[in-house]
Design a protein around this ligand. Structure first.
Ligand code: AMP
Ligand code: MG
Length: 316
């Protein structure tokens, strides 16, 4: 069932599905999420089943505001500062959890990941549903995240109860995740739309990079080496890439003389536009090419997130 974001009656029906223990795909400013009532372990279990997601991967819980965050997590000064600077928006805090969060949500960890999305429809939906929503990206585990309702429908349409169609996602890559449970060692678990440098400025501290993870127990599955991965072979390049028969080349910005099989993420070297287009382009090229060459972006701002997703897509 596909619901329209502009119909309040549709959002109400979708909220009833959530409250009855169902799972609904929702638009957010990052990518589409697959939402369930975070306080209902049986409902959350359905998310893992639909995605084929291993139970060791904890989920992000979405709430409307800081008061609701305090009901499920133990915020600290760092979380307060980052909240003031960036929320609502595409940033997730990992904090010590309160007992109301079931183990299945946090994968048995003492921490929970919390985010306050800015997407208007998502916010209206959360207000109507009135419960915290655990929502990972609405794609089969390990594949490229969805940035339109059509992406969700194509892969999960028959496994979920409903989709709210809120158009294309503005950011196009998943949220920045910052581990704040130990304030003395804030850690960037996943680069995203909120840039590392801006977070460091607000905290007045450098963000620690998580060391190579034990892949059996990832702190964040987004950190698994292979993730966000199309079926096609992805090969990265810097400044130059020779054209190859039957392969696609994806440039950061429009090349001067594009050839057959050339594509680009931005018309005019805009990293935000590139991030917005990244997953949609990879999905469509995945249908017609077995090999995709992708150009790295300058590694700053959201470019760091795009490069992170590209290098995981390239890892096979
Ligand atoms: P996705 O749901 O695909 O956007 O991924 C959500 C990310 O949040 C995953 O990489 C999770 O591992 C991460 N995450 C959720 N909860 C925690 C937690 N308690 N500790 C560390 N990372 C978490
Ligand atoms: Mg995901």
């Amino acid at each position: 069932m596909v619901f329209s974001a502009s119909q309040n009656s549709d959002l109400k029906k979708a909220a009833e599905i959530i409250l009855a223990g169902g799972i609904v795909a929702v638009p957010t400013e990052t990518v589409y999420g697959l939402a369930a009532n975070a306080l209902n372990p049986e409902a959350v279990r359905k998310i893992f089943m639909a995605k084929g997601r291993p139970f060791i991967d904890p989920l992000i819980v979405h709430v409307l505001d800081f008061a609701l965050l305090e009901k499920i997590a133990e915020p600290n000064e760092s979380a307060r500062r980052l909240y003031e600077a960036f929320c609502p928006g595409p940033i997730t805090f990992v904090l010590n959890k309160k007992p109301c969060i079931p183990d299945i949500v946090s994968a048995g960890k003492p921490t929970v990941a919390v985010r306050m999305p800015s997407h208007k429809t998502m916010r209206k939906f959360m207000e109507i549903a009135g419960v915290p929503l655990s929502a990972p990206s609405a794609n089969p585990f390990g594949y490229v995240s969805p940035t339109t309702a059509a992406h969700v429908e194509a892969q999960l349409g028959d496994k979920i109860d409903a989709i709210i169609d809120g158009g294309s996602c503005e950011c196009g890559v998943e949220s920045t995740i910052v581990m704040l449970s130990d304030e003395s060692r804030p850690m960037l678990l996943r680069p995203g739309p909120v840039p590392r440098a801006e977070i460091e400025k607000v905290l007045g501290k450098k963000l620690i990079d998580p060391k190579e993870k034990n892949p059996a127990h990832p702190t964040a599955p987004g950190m698994l080496k292979t993730h966000y991965s199309p079926r096609a072979k992805v090969v990265l390049f810097g400044d130059f890439c020779e054209a190859e028969e039957g392969a696609a080349r994806v440039f950061f910005t429009r090349p001067k003389n594009p050839q057959n099989g050339d594509f680009w993420l931005s018309e005019n070297s805009d990293p935000k536009e590139a991030a917005r287009n990244l997953f949609g382009l990879l999905r469509s090229l995945d249908c017609s090419y077995k090999k995709i060459f992708c150009q790295r972006l300058p590694n700053e701002g959201v470019g760091e997130a795009v490069n992170d997703r590209l290098s995981r897509a390239a890892e096979k």
